[in-house]
Design a protein around this ligand. Structure first.
Ligand SMILES: C[S@@+](CC[C@H](N)C(=O)[O-])C[C@H]1O[C@@H](n2cnc3c(N)ncnc32)[C@H](O)[C@@H]1O
Length: 342
């Protein structure tokens, strides 16, 4: 055995880097929670000044800010720190492209991932508030505002661009969360009204967002389990966004049947989700990890599906003309139509 290491041993650094990866995530999470990116958007400050402003230890703050610099979150000039271009664009609260809540939502699953060996052995989901890592209120608030971040940072734009629903009048948004996409679609289609169905916690986040958008008269929030609530009828569009990924196949199939039943003939169903639509190497990594993420943090029956599989479930529910639409963002679309009566 070679005691001083051999060229083969150089590969160990790849393992070490994988082991350290969570440090990077922790620096990002702390930066968001301490809100240093709002602080360093307009002000250029020394680490002592930052420590003072956030009420933190000067030594730890200096080391933490230097880590932000090596992770391209901050720039440092003459001993003073300021946001990098990336932090300025995506991590300053209040900006349209802010994704800080989404990063908190992802990292709220920290303790669940930390117990991944146990999770794999037992085939169980560990919700963030079940591990005690965050409480249920924080979980829901970060989850929903995080989903809204995703919508406002680009997804809503691509959804609106991809759908020709000018002639549609009544949308049902099943599991509509913060109402993000109903807001965007109603905004872009002045004749459209929407009903957003979800549980109490998401709708509490949705309410002020609908009010801020001045859409209270066109968007109705309907609280309840979409399987057990009277959903009404007369819908000509049904949106199911971010739901298929986190549900077992039988739930998605059941939901598609519900959608079919409540849609008018000629009505359109739109599935928006993480799906395997394009066979690209960068997608493969994301989709593979996403599959495990939803098992860890959502449901033992969840999974990152093939777009073609989702399309076939829609066809089994009675829909026709399925179309699979990749988008430049992480979520793609599958659309289909309920046949008109002959
Ligand atoms: C990943 S979020 C997606 C939210 C929103 N559609 C979006 O794309 O931003 C999934 C949503 O489905 C909702 N949901 C899951 N099961 C549900 C059920 N049985 N009844 C109503 N809503 C449900 C959750 O509460 C959550 O808001």
């Amino acid at each position: 055995m070679n005691q001083v290491g051999s060229p083969v041993d150089l590969g160990a650094e790849q393992v070490n880097e994988l082991a350290r990866n969570f440090w990077y995530s922790a620096v990002l999470r702390a930066g968001i929670k301490l809100d240093v990116f709002s602080l360093l958007e307009n002000d250029t400050l020394t680490s002592e000044e930052v420590a003072n402003r956030i009420g933190a230890s000067p030594r730890y703050t200096q080391s933490f800010l230097d880590c932000c610099v090596v992770l391209d979150l901050l720039d440092k000039n003459d001993g003073k720190f300021v946001n990098s271009e990336m932090a300025s664009k995506f991590l300053v609260k209040g900006k349209a492209e802010y994704v800080g809540d989404h990063a908190l939502h992802h990292t709220n699953t920290w303790a669940s991932w930390g117990r991944l060996d146990e999770v794999i052995k037992e085939g169980k989901t560990l919700l963030p508030y079940e591990t005690g890592y965050v409480d249920a209120d924080t979980y829901w608030s970060d989850y929903m505002t995080g989903q809204h971040n995703r919508a406002t940072s680009g997804q809503a734009h691509y959804l609106v661009q991809s759908l020709d629903i000018k002639k549609k009048r009544k949308l049902i948004d099943l599991g509509g969360g913060a109402a993000s996409y109903s807001i965007a679609l109603c905004d872009a289609n002045p004749e459209l009204k929407a009903v957003v169905v979800d549980q109490k916690e998401p709708l509490a986040i949705a309410k002020p967002l609908v009010e801020e958008s001045n859409l209270e008269d066109r968007i109705t929030l309907l609280e309840g389990d979409f399987f057990d609530t009277r959903l009404g009828n007369g819908y000509d569009v049904c949106l199911i966004s971010g739901v298929v990924l986190i549900k077992p196949e039988e739930d998605s199939r059941r939901l598609f049947k519900f959608a079919f039943d409540i849609l008018e003939p000629g009505g359109m169903v739109v599935i928006q989700d993480y799906m395997r639509i394009e066979d690209l190497p960068e997608r493969k990594r994301l989709d593979t990890m996403e599959d495990l993420y939803v098992l860890v943090a959502f449901d033992p029956g969840a999974g990152d599906r093939e777009g073609s599989e989702v399309a076939s479930w829609l066809e089994d529910a009675g829909f026709k003309n399925t179309e699979t639409i990749p988008l430049p963002t992480q979520l793609g679309l599958v659309t289909a139509v309920k046949p008109s009566v002959a």
